[in-house]
Design a protein around this ligand. Structure first.
Ligand code: MLC
Ligand code: AMP
Length: 515
C-alpha cells in the first residue's frame, strides 16, 4: 500500500541530483536537497527518540528560518502533528493554544524560552527546545547527535498531520485538524492546475505559520522539485531584485501593493517571471490592473482557508476548450478547483441559482475533518450532506467564476491576518471605565482592511484612546491592535438592540483612505 505521509510524497519528487540547490537565502546561504533530507532525518530521529504516542503535537513558535521549515518536514516525517503559531502571539494567547492542544513538544525562540517553557511544562509538555533564526538553539544542538538516516513514518490519508488555529467567532480559537490526505491531494492538484514546470523557482517571502506560506508555497515548490529563494522577512526591494532569478511568486495583496510603490517594479525586472499568485484576502481590481500595467503580468487570484487549504483559483493557462473560462478575471477568485464541490446556498443549505448571493459551502478531499476537541462546533459548521460552511458569502457568475462579496462571520482580514472582533471587544470591555465596544473593519491603503474600536465609556469615566491601545498592545499580537480608537456616546442599534456594525463601517469607511 502507498504511504500517504505527505513528506514521503514530497521527498519522492526531490531531484535526482541531491547536491543541487534547494533553498537559497537572502543572507547568501545555500541548502542542497541533501541538506533538507539529512537535516529533516536528524530532527525526525530526535523527535522519535522521545518515544511519543501517535498523534502527539509539536507546537512551534519561532522566527522564520530554513531550519524552522526543516523542522516542519521532520515533524511530518516522524508522523507527528505540526502546530505552528504566529510569532506575534503574546503569553495569554500562547497559554490558550498550549492548554488547548497539549503538545508533547514545544519549540520556541531562545529569547522566549523562560515564559514559554513555564507554560509548556505546566501543561505536561515532555520537551521544550529553542530554535533561533541564526541557526542556534537546543533543537539543533540535540539533533546534531542524531543519525541522518531515517525511514519515514507510514501514514494513511486520514492521519492527522497539522493543526492550524483559526480565531473563533466567540473569541476562542479553534484548531483546524488537517490530515496528510487533505494536504497531499491539494498539492498534487495545484502542481498541475498552476502548470508547475521543470526549472521553476519560487520566491518565498510569506510567514510559515499559516496555510499560504507553510502549505501552499512550500508544498508546491517541493512537489515540483523546485528551488526556493527564501526571505525570512518580506521586503519589496529584495523580492523585486530576486525576480530575474525566479519564476513564481505568492503573496497576500499587501505584498503586491507595497511592491507597486517601488519604482524598480517594471516589465524588465519581472520578465523572467511566469506566475504571480495572490490570495488570503481580497485583491482589489485596481491592484490587479496596476500590476498588469506595470509588469505585463495578470495576477492569478485564488481563495482558500485554514480548514480547507485551496478551494478556487483563476485559470493558469488559456485552455482553448473553455473559451469563456480561460481568463484571469480581476475581482473574482476563479473556479472551484478540480475535486472541490462548491455551492452557493441559502440558509436552509439549498443550492441557489447562478448569480444569486449566498453562503459558500464546499466539500472535497482537501476539506478538514473537524476542530480539535470541539465536536459540537464541528457539527455546526457542516451541513447534513457533508458540505463545510466557509462563512464567506458570494455568488457564481454565468461563466462559473466565484466572486466573494462579504462574510457572514464577523472577521477583519488585515494584511492577510485574521482578526476576530469578538476577541478584541472582550479585552476592551474588561477595561476599567468601558461600558461597551464594537470593533469594525474599514478600508486601509496598506493592509487592505484594519480595525477601529468604537467605545462607549461608563458614566463619569474619562477614557483615553492611547491608553486603551497601549493596554491592548501589552496583551495581544500586534496585528490585532486597532489602528484607531473612537470614544462615542452611543452605538447604532437595530430594533432587537443589536449593534449595527454596517452603519459604523459606513460612518468610518474613509478614515484611512481619504487623501
Ligand atoms: C504588521 N502590522 C500589521 C500587520 N502586520 N497591522 C495590521 N495587519 C497586519 N497584517 C503592524 C505591526 O503591528 C506593527 O505596528 C507594524 O505593522 C510593523 O510591523 P512589522 O512586523 O514590521 O510589519 P511588516 O513586516 O511590514 O508586516 C506586514 C506584512 C505581514 C504584510 C508583511 O503582515 C505579513 O507577512 N502578512 C502576511 C500574512 C499571511 O501570510 N497570511 C496568510 C494566511 S493563510 P506597530 O504599531 O507595533 O509598529 C489564509 C488562507 C489563504 O488566509 O487563503 O491563504
Ligand atoms: P484563514 O482562516 O486565515 O485561513 O482565512 C481564510 C479566509 O480568508 C477565508 O475564509 C476568506 O474569508 C479569506 N480569503 C482567502 N482568500 C481570499 C481571496 N482571494 N479573496 C477574499 N477573501 C479571501
Amino acid at each position: 500500500m502507498n504511504n500517504a505521509n505527505i513528506f514521503a510524497n514530497l521527498r519522492a519528487q526531490f531531484p535526482a541530483d541531491l547536491d543541487s540547490i534547494a533553498v537559497e537565502t537572502d543572507h547568501g546561504l545555500h541548502y542542497s536537497w541533501r541538506d533538507l533530507e539529512r537535516g529533516s532525518a536528524m530532527m525526525a530521529n530526535l523527535l522519535q527518540s522521545l518515544k511519543l504516542p501517535q498523534g502527539s503535537r509539536v507546537a512551534v513558535q519561532v522566527e522564520k528560518s530554513v531550519e524552522a521549515f526543516v523542522l516542519y518536514l521532520a515533524t511530518l516525517r516522524a508522523g507527528l502533528v505540526f502546530l505552528p503559531l504566529n510569532t506575534a502571539y503574546q503569553s495569554a494567547e500562547i497559554e490558550y493554544f498550549i492548554t488547548n492542544a497539549e503538545p508533547a513538544v514545544v519549540v520556541c525562540s531562545a529569547k522566549n524560552f523562560g515564559w514559554v517553557s513555564k507554560i509548556a511544562f505546566t501543561c505536561a509538555a515532555q520537551s521544550v527546545f529553542s530554535l533561533n533564526d541564526d541557526r542556534t538553539g537546543s533543537l539543533l544542538e540535540r539533533a546534531a547527535h542524531c543519525s541522518d538516516i531515517h525511514s519515514c513514518s507510514r501514514n494513511t490519508d486520514g492521519d492527522l498531520a497539522a493543526i492550524l488555529y483559526t480565531s473563533g467567532t466567540t473569541g476562542r480559537s479553534k484548531g483546524a485538524m488537517l490530515s496528510h490526505g487533505n494536504m497531499l491531494s491539494n498539492a498534487v492538484m495545484l502542481k498541475d492546475y498552476w502548470g508547475w514546470q521543470k526549472g521553476d523557482v519560487l520566491i518565498h517571502a510569506l510567514p510559515i505559520f499559516h496555510v499560504h506560506g507553510l502549505f501552499v508555497a512550500i508544498h508546491a515548490a517541493l512537489i515540483n522539485g523546485s528551488k526556493m529563494i527564501w526571505l525570512n522577512k518580506f521586503d519589496p526591494k529584495t523580492v523585486i531584485s530576486a525576480m530575474p532569478r525566479a519564476t513564481v511568486f505568492m503573496g497576500v495583496p499587501t505584498l503586491y501593493t507595497r511592491m507597486l510603490l517601488e519604482s524598480a517594479l517594471t516589465k524588465e525586472a519581472s520578465k523572467n517571471m511566469r506566475l504571480f499568485i495572490a490570495g488570503s484576502a481580497p485583491l482589489l481590481k485596481e491592484t490587479h490592473e496596476e500590476w498588469e500595467q506595470r509588469t505585463g503580468h495578470k495576477i492569478l487570484e485564488r481563495y482558500g482557508m485554514s480548514e480547507t487549504v485551496m478551494l478556487t483559483s483563476n485559470p493558469y493557462s488559456a485552455d482553448k476548450r473553455f473559451q469563456n473560462q480561460s481568463e484571469r478575471r480581476a475581482g473574482t477568485v476563479g473556479f472551484p478547483l478540480p475535486g472541490v464541490s462548491l455551492r452557493i446556498a441559502n440558509e436552509h443549505d439549498e443550492q441557489l441559482p447562478t448569480g444569486e448571493i449566498g453562503g459558500i459551502q464546499v466539500k472535497g478531499p482537501n476539506v478538514f475533518a473537524g476542530y480539535w476537541r470541539m465536536p459540537e462546533k464541528t457539527a455546526e459548521e457542516f451541513t447534513q450532506d457533508g458540505f463545510f460552511r466557509t462563512g464567506d458569502v458570494g455568488y457564481q457568475d454565468e461563466r462559473g467564476y466565484v466572486r466573494i462579496v462579504g462574510r457572514s462571520k464577523d472577521l477583519i482580514i488585515s494584511g492577510g491576518y485574521n482578526v476576530y472582533p469578538a476577541e478584541i471587544e472582550g479585552y476592551i470591555n474588561e477595561m476599567v471605565g468601558v461600558n461597551e465596544s464594537a470593533l469594525i473593519g474599514v478600508p486601509h491603503p496598506d493592509f487592505g482592511e484594519v480595525g477601529i474600536a468604537v467605545i462607549i465609556a461608563k458614566p463619569g469615566a474619562a477614557l483615553k484612546p492611547d491608553a486603551i491601545l497601549a493596554d491592548l498592545k501589552s496583551k495581544l499580537a500586534n496585528f490585532k491592535i486597532p489602528k484607531r480608537c473612537e470614544i462615542v456616546t452611543e452605538l447604532p442599534r437595530n430594533t432587537m438592540g443589536k449593534v449595527q456594525k454596517n452603519l459604523l463601517r459606513e460612518q468610518y469607511k474613509s478614515v484611512f483612505t481619504r487623501t
